[in-house]
Design a protein around this ligand. Structure first.
Ligand SMILES: *[C@@H]1O[C@H](CO)[C@@H](O)[C@H](O)[C@H]1NC(C)=O
Ligand SMILES: *[C@@H]1O[C@H](CO)[C@@H](O)[C@H](O)[C@H]1NC(C)=O
Ligand SMILES: *[C@@H]1O[C@H](CO)[C@@H](O)[C@H](O)[C@H]1NC(C)=O
Ligand SMILES: *[C@@H]1O[C@H](CO)[C@@H](O)[C@H](O)[C@H]1NC(C)=O
Length: 508
């Protein structure tokens, strides 16, 4: 992909700054007092400004697996990756992934070097590597592949016991009302239709493409039926004017239905290799460096157009990582790996579960900026309103009572979740402090100090173990519409970037 001229210019500027600092230090002046912190992007496409695009989509059942592919759709991972050829007029879009690649599924056997036997889950993992190789951009310090659109269906067939329980084989149990399921086959993959990125105007200035589909396969249409009818629906459409200094606009729509009342749609920047949050295998992504707490910031512009109802847990920021309770790195062993998530929910209709009378849904303590830790039993000082929900990993042996255990089925491994709400205690990190900020009618460009925030949040480790260095392999935003039928959420994301101070770059 074309490196933006802006990027290389800034690099030279920085280099000159460093050189001039070195020369100043020779004459004895203290350079550090006059140098402001310089940031570099951790992403392959800083601020979504490159004309060429790399975007992929993936769809999951409740435990981030496939189970069974939807008919005629292939494995639920696809990509739209292209470079522009400016050497001819009109400018041409050169796609790197074709229809044959995108439609590959488990019935295609070993085509493309994929070795998955008849296992649709392993096939999807391998297909990501296959698509990643087609989209990969060589870069420093590491190559990168694509933005990732993630879809997930929360339906759970408890009688089929498809998802493991905290990483262990689960036993079937009767439906409880805790998980939606209309009966056999409720965990199906959605249809996935694709409009390849193309020029959409006569002049060849405007580029656009999309992925869309439905989980209600009986009402699936090849043409984009949009949100009419009572079917579930998703669409992510991207648009950009060629040239210039503007971001791609990612426009998202998600609609639930009576059969699919719990759906998720996120736009993710994932690590370009290794185990990213929620997976037990090597994945691909947009980050050429994995950000580490406390030294990184996340910038983007979010415009929420439709909220998705009171059950829509809209995540202004969602971060995912993985480490074991004894502090070791995750290695794909699903009974001891623990996915760690933290999210800020900005839907003002969200009602907090954590409160002074329900301490089991609050983290054990809150840490103030001056380092003071306040225990959740300190009713005077603990900021209950800043927390939505906290739950401990199912394999935490020394969790502090009282506690709630996280949903044991929703990841291939146990998980820990810490969800926060707008509150003045997050102000120093640039997060919203009041309900309604950044919501419908308040499009906002955010610069969130996710690094510092994620360093200060509580996460479980076994007592006496060395606190882990917190690396965040997934940084994303989007919504999880929980248990609400026929709700529509709609939003746009632009200018997404993750930046790391120059002084904290460790080249692996
Ligand atoms: C994959 O399998 C499908 C269904 O059998 C077939 O239509 C398609 O051509 C196959 N793709 C390749 C690349 O062989
Ligand atoms: C959607 O469902 C409602 C309630 O069941 C019904 O009244 C309405 O006609 C349906 N709409 C469409 C377009 O099928
Ligand atoms: C491009 O836009 C960014 C902000 O979005 C700005 O900081 C930068 O200076 C602009 N570059 C040019 C060359 O206009
Ligand atoms: C730290 O900050 C908290 C909250 O602002 C405050 O209550 C506490 O007194 C402070 N502690 C110290 C030692 O300054």
């Amino acid at each position: 992909m074309e490196k933006s001229g802006d990027g290389s210019f800034r690099f030279i500027k920085r280099l000159m700054l460093i050189l001039s600092c070195l020369s100043y230090s020779v004459v004895g002046s203290d350079c550090t007092t006059t140098t402001t912190i310089d940031y570099v992007s951790a992403l392959g496409d800083p601020g979504m400004k490159n004309d060429g695009l790399r975007v992929a989509i993936e769809a999951w059942n409740q435990c981030n697996e496939v189970g069974e592919e939807a008919k005629n759709m292939g494995s639920p991972r696809m990509a739209d990756c292209f470079d522009l050829d400016y050497s001819s007029l009109p400018v041409r879009i050169n796609h790197k992934v074709d229809e044959k690649d995108n439609k590959l599924g488990v019935q295609n056997g070993t085509y493309g070097g994929i070795i998955a036997g008849d296992d649709a889950d392993i096939y999807a993992a391998q297909k990501e590597i296959y698509l990643g190789n087609k989209c990969q951009v060589m870069d420093k310090p590491n190559p990168w592949q694509f933005w990732m659109i993630m879809l997930k269906n929360g339906n759970t067939d408890t009688l089929a016991a498809i998802c493991p329980e905290n990483g262990k084989k689960a036993n079937p149990f009767p439906p409880t009302g805790r998980f939606p399921c209309f009966g056999k086959g409720c965990m199906n993959m959605p249809s996935m239709h694709h409009e390849y990125t193309s020029f959409v105007d006569q002049e060849g200035h405007m580029m656009s493409g999309s992925f869309y589909g439905t989980w209600d396969l009986d009402s699936d249409k090849e043409e984009d039926e949009s949100v009419v009818g009572n079917n579930s629906y998703y669409k992510v459409k991207w648009e950009k004017k060629i040239g210039g200094n503007e971001s791609w606009v990612f426009h998202h729509v998600l609609k639930t239905s009576s059969k699919y009342p719990w759906l998720m749609l996120y736009l993710r920047a994932d690590a370009s290799r290794g185990l990213s949050g929620g997976y037990h295998y090597d994945t691909r992504g947009m980050m050429k460096m994995t950000p580490k707490s406390p030294n990184f910031k996340v910038r983007f512009k979010l415009e929420v157009l439709k909220g998705g109802g009171s059950g829509s847990q809209f995540y202004l920021m969602d971060m995912g990582s993985c480490w074991k309770n004894d502090g070791r790195d995750c290695d794909g062993e699903v009974t001891t790996d623990v996915t760690r998530y933290s999210e800020m929910i900005i839907n003002p209709e969200t009602t907090a579960v954590c409160n002074r009378n329900r301490l089991n849904a609050c983290p054990p303590h809150h840490t103030f900026p001056n380092g003071t830790k306040v225990h959740r039993t300190d009713k005077e000082r603990f900021p209950y309103e800043a927390y939505h929900y906290y739950c401990v990993p199912g394999n935490a042996r020394f969790a502090e009572s009282p506690y709630e255990v996280c949903d044991p089925y929703s990841n291939p491994q146990p998980q820990e979740i810490l969800q926060i709400l707008p509150h003045p205690v997050w102000e120093q990190f640039g997060y919203p402090t009041k309900k309604g900020q950044g919501w419908i009618g308040d499009p906002t460009t955010w610069e969130l100090d996710v690094g510092k925030l994620s360093q200060s949040l509580y996460f479980y480790q076994d007592p006496g173990t060395k606190p882990v260095e917190r690396h965040w392999s997934s940084i994303d935003l989007g919504t999880e519409i929980y248990m609400s039928k026929n709700q529509i959420a709609e939003w746009t994301v632009t200018d997404f970037d993750i930046v790391i101070p120059m002084t904290h770059i460790s080249v692996e």
